[in-house]
Design a protein around this ligand. Structure first.
Ligand SMILES: Cc1ncc(C[n+]2csc(CCOP(=O)(O)OP(=O)(O)O)c2C)c(N)n1
Ligand SMILES: [Mg+2]
Length: 352
């Protein structure tokens, strides 16, 4: 009896902009010079935020922080493809996403000092608070997509998580339901090769994370996560497909965590220095800069000016955050439930 193949799949890897700043014009997304400058400026601003957060931590002015260094294109490229009405469910390493959506930077600093008021999302932004528990927000994104489908809203939900997050039950439960109901949801896995000290090879035996989508009946694609054009294009296409009733997509952004896991970690204890050196050449910011230079829309004075403005702006946001003062100590009890329990009423009196 001949064997009959009843299912086949293949995984594409999308790269548009290479390490030398050359772009494949046949598949280049439609981005104006103004868009390119905005992307470049967002990359610089996010990097400045990140560096200042690390410095503030070292000075004891900020709590434990998770750096985004090296992952900026995955975050900014995908967030730039969103419409205002789409819903975003981030993990804890998505400061580039918040910044691209226009989240107040001083509030991001506030959050990382341990002050939860920083996560009181402004009313006009559809982004959920940081999820520190790994992966638990993916079912939330799926739920939001289900609601949008039932209500007939033309919106999509987007969940960000890491390679480590793809091992969680929440990931599989979320993708399964999304596939069954063909929901308008986009899953973005930032495969930065590490989950704290656990390397990608120990996370899963499958060759890509993208291929996991096929188990749930929808498309998965791997993109060069340090190529802002590839990330933007894949996300835009996936969002359009979702809103047109075509169902979910899993996008694996193949990237690298250039920093320690968080400020509480020391990656030099478990990963080779040479790996980090190799990835330096793939820097997302350098790549866009080289492309813009070839196009004649980058000059050194333009970059100096962008950097100066980003530095001044981030510093002024830090001042604003520090001037906001400490939260009311009763808040720790006030927002646990809608109404205070008998015991909480007693406790709150003790604080006062
Ligand atoms: C449910 C849960 N388990 C464990 C942890 C501890 N933890 C924090 S981050 C992390 C690794 C996450 O790796 P990955 O999903 O690849 O994201 P990355 O940190 O690389 O961005 C772990 C195990 C947690 N926060 N939540
Ligand atoms: Mg990871």
């Amino acid at each position: 009896m001949p064997e009959n193949i009843i299912e086949k799949f293949e995984i594409k890897h999308l790269q548009i902009l290479d390490e030398k700043g050359n772009a494949d014009t046949a598949i280049l997304p439609n981005l104006s010079d103004n868009d390119l400058k905005k992307l470049f400026e967002l990359l610089i601003l996010s990097r400045q935020f990140d560096q200042r957060a690390l410095q503030l931590h070292a000075e004891g002015r900020l709590g434990t922080y998770a750096s985004i260094l090296g992952q900026e294109a995955s975050q900014i490229g995908s967030a730039y493809a969103l419409e205002k009405t789409d819903w975003v469910f981030p993990s804890f390493r998505e400061m580039g996403v918040y910044i691209t959506l226009g989240y107040p930077i001083w509030m991001l600093f506030q959050y990382w000092t341990g002050d939860e008021r920083g996560m009181k999302t402004p009313d006009d932004l559809n982004i959920f608070p940081v999820s520190v528990p790994v992966g638990t927000h993916t079912p939330h994104a799926v739920g939001a997509a289900f609601a949008a489908k039932i209500k007939g809203h033309k919106t999509a939900a987007l969940s960000y998580f890491g390679d480590g997050g793809s091992s969680k039950g929440d990931f599989h439960e979320g993708l399964n339901i999304a596939g069954v109901h063909k929901l308008p949801v986009v899953f973005i896995c930032q495969n930065n090769q590490w989950a704290i000290s656990l390397p990608r090879e120990k996370q899963t035996a499958s060759k890509t994370i993208a291929q996991k989508a096929y188990s749930y009946g929808f498309e998965g694609i791997q993109v060069d996560g340090n190529d802002i054009f590839a990330v933007y294009k894949a996300t835009k296409d996936a969002l359009e497909k979702a809103k047109a009733g075509g169902g979910p997509t899993l996008i694996e952004c193949f990237t690298y965590r250039m920093s320690d896991h968080t400020t509480a970690d020391d990656a030099s204890r478990y990963r080779p220095k040479e790996d980090v050196e190799t990835w330096k050449d793939k820097d997302p910011l350098l790549r866009l800069k080289l492309y813009m230079q070839k196009k004649g829309i980058w000059t050194q004075s333009y970059e100096d000016d962008v950097k100066k403005k980003a530095t001044e702006f981030v510093d002024s946001e830090i001042k604003k955050e520090e001037a906001a003062g400490l939260p009311d100590s009763k808040d720790i009890i006030n927002y646990t439930y809608k109404d205070l329990t008998q015991r909480q009423k007693k406790e709150i009196k003790e604080i006062a």
